[in-house]
Design a protein around this ligand. Structure first.
Ligand code: NAD
Ligand code: ZN
Length: 356
């Protein structure tokens, strides 16, 4: 009950590139929802984008919205229709609330629901507030042994899990992961658990690659943008320590140069698994890819991942996922958390906002 006396501080972003905190009323609880006391929230690169540039592709900040989509917390109130959840339950929040009625939802590809309401993505408000109402169907219990900080990592890990499910790497399959940001590193943890080996991780920045080393990935390559196709392939082969080249490239930057490097790095017949989102249109070496039968697969968010990823994390199958968290701030210092995340000199991977 002490918790209820705290202000419902929310983090807003404006269309003119500002962020601010403002107290919100305590939310009403619709019949199919629960009220969650948000205890941990990660900041995602997309939120820095909405703040600094006001848009991602066609998705624009046209009015002030509350950010946040990587959260966990404790249930304070349960809607009248809700079964299977109780006050006090510890949950991780799945932010993509799909309609459950359209063809894509019915076919089980609910990440592609055209009517999805995605927390913290315009026009929907997000989870960066102390108290939030969220549909119970998209709340997933986490075990008592799992911290809220870990519970808030289920979202980025789900992005990587979905990409693994799409690409299906097998035991001993050599892969390259382009980009050692939070998504690339989550990708590395999931690909390793799936059996991919060896795993090479690339980045432009050495300090990001150091963080990959800390998580146990020693085959890293600092990309030089002046490398041509043959040089890129030779460098990858050298780090991989095998005579073959990667058979899957998990592209986790969205940068055109990196997508091209991924294509160059792949063995003939390999697969480009595109996770990164950069410019809306990107030029590809399509003829070379065609002559080499390189497949392209995309992966968008996730579906049906939470229960699986919670299990994998809880049993240690993915390894040290908490190693992704580099900075933690209290709710009152959310603006500082954003500034830290946006400042490359702070060497942040995952910055989290927590409330006890
Ligand atoms: P991030 O910006 O923190 O990390 C990207 C990393 O790539 C950085 O370390 C950067 O130095 C590196 N990089 C940039 N250009 C490079 C190049 N040419 N070669 C090698 N490395 C390069 O971003 P993140 O949060 O880790 O997210 C990665 C990407 O995944 C983003 O594009 C994001 O939009 C996308 N994403 C996609 C989904 C999805 O559902 N498909 C979900 C979440 C995020
Ligand atoms: Zn739908």
């Amino acid at each position: 009950t002490e918790v209820l006396t705290r202000p419902n501080l929310a983090l807003w972003v404006t269309k003119d590139h500002k962020i601010y905190q403002k107290e919100e009323p305590y939310p009403a609880c619709p019949p199919d929802d629960c009220i969650v006391h948000v205890k941990a929230t990660g900041i995602c690169g997309s939120e820095i984008h909405f703040w600094k540039s006001g848009r991602i592709g066609d998705c624009c900040v046209t009015h002030d919205i509350i950010l946040g989509h990587e959260s966990s917390g404790q249930i304070l109130e349960v809607g009248s229709n809700v079964k299977g959840l109780q006050i006090g339950d510890r949950v991780s929040i799945e932010p993509g609330v799909s309609c459950w009625e359209c063809d894509m939802c019915i076919r089980g590809r609910y990440n592609l629901c055209p009517k999805v309401k995605f927390s913290g993505t315009p026009p929907s408000d997000g989870t960066m507030r102390r108290f939030v109402a969220h549909p119970a169907r998209f709340l997933h219990k986490i075990p008592d042994t799992m911290s809220y900080a870990t519970g808030a990592l289920i979202e980025p890990l789900s992005v990587a899990y979905n990409a693994v499910v799409r690409a299906k790497p097998y035991l001993g399959q050599p892969v390259v992961i382009c980009g050692a940001g939070p998504i690339g590193l989550a990708m590395a943890l999931c690909a390793r658990a799936a059996g991919a080996f060896p795993i090479v991780i690339t980045d432009l920045e050495q300090n990001r690659l150091e963080q990959a080393h800390t998580l146990g990935f020693n085959r890293t390559l600092k990309i030089d943008l002046s490398w041509d196709r043959l040089t890129t392939a030779a460098k990858i082969r050298e780090v991989m320590g095998t005579s073959c080249l990667p058979q899957i490239a998990f592209e986790c930057t969205g940068a055109a140069s990196s997508i091209n490097a991924a294509c160059y790095a792949l063995e003939d017949g390999g697969t480009l698994l595109q996770v990164g989102c950069g410019k809306p249109e990107v030029e590809l070496p399509l003829m070379s890819m065609g002559f080499r039968e390189v497949n392209i697969i995309t992966s968008f968010r996730y579906q049906q991942s939470w229960p699986v990823v919670i299990r994998l994390v809880n049993e240690g199958v993915l390894g040290d996922v908490d190693g992704l968290i580099t900075h933690t701030f209290p709710v009152e210092k959310t603006i500082d958390a954003f500034e830290t995340c946006a400042d490359r000199s702070k060497l942040a991977i995952k910055v989290q906002i927590v409330d006890e």
